[in-house]
Design a protein around this ligand. Sequence first.
Ligand SMILES: [Zn+2]
Length: 309
Amino acid sequence: MSSRATYNVPYDSSERDRRKKAFIRKRKRKRLIVILSMFAVALGLLILIICLTVGLIKKLINDHNEKVTYVDYTGEYKEIWLVDNSHARQGDEGAFYVIEEKVEDENTETVKVNPKAQKYKDIIPGSKGLVIVDAGHGGYDGGAEANGVLEKDLNLEISYKLKDELILRGYTVYLTRPNDEFVGLNARASLANSQDDPVCLISIHQNSLDESEGSASGLEAWTYKREGCVELGDAVAEAVSKKTGAKNRGTRTRTNLVVTSKTTMPAIIFECGYVTDAEEAAKLADDDYQELIVEGIVDGIDAFAGYDR
Ligand SMILES: [Zn+2]
């Protein structure tokens, strides 16, 4: 009976109102939370869309808005669109870059630039004249071979790096041997002599000694006694020795070296080091050491040609 008594308690209308109001408040709060959540999601989406659009526009500008020029190994200027300008020089359209990597598809040619381009951004491209780079040996003529390195390969690697360094520093470049092929000595001389008013010719070689001759290391220049040649040899040998720390064995002259005696511009054969010396051979094959060699060679050419750097 007691429970029924509870059941039969007279109905309290204020309690019913209170519950109803509480229910309505709760429902309103729920609606508000739903609306706010939807608004937050919409705002998030809007921000995401804006970011994506800005990013896309930026990428399009970076990818396609900058036209640059580079010089290929034959000295020909070419215009291309720059893709990765993270290292690019800020400047005018048509600014100059040395390519590090080239990507081609059917419509466009795109490049990544050499980070060093920034360092020499004030030098006017091609303003210092033409340098002929002659990579010694090639094809079936391997040159010296010792301590796991083959001269013709080192000569080509160093010549490519020298080409890039020269272009960065305001020269144009002609390569007498642009790949692993045999080019005769007389052909090299006449290819060089057919170029228009070159500053000089640098023939890249590596030295070697027969076992019976003992051991040696260090760099040297070989040339022919005519105007500018010994001066060029001295300037380059000194600058490379300063960069690399290698012993400077000086400039020597000989009459029977075709590339220096049959050419008409200042010309040297530059022996970067001895492949028969195990320690020096390892250095000569090292990318960073090769960079030091070519920086030194261009320092020497700059000094010879009267550019202070
Ligand atoms: Zn050689």
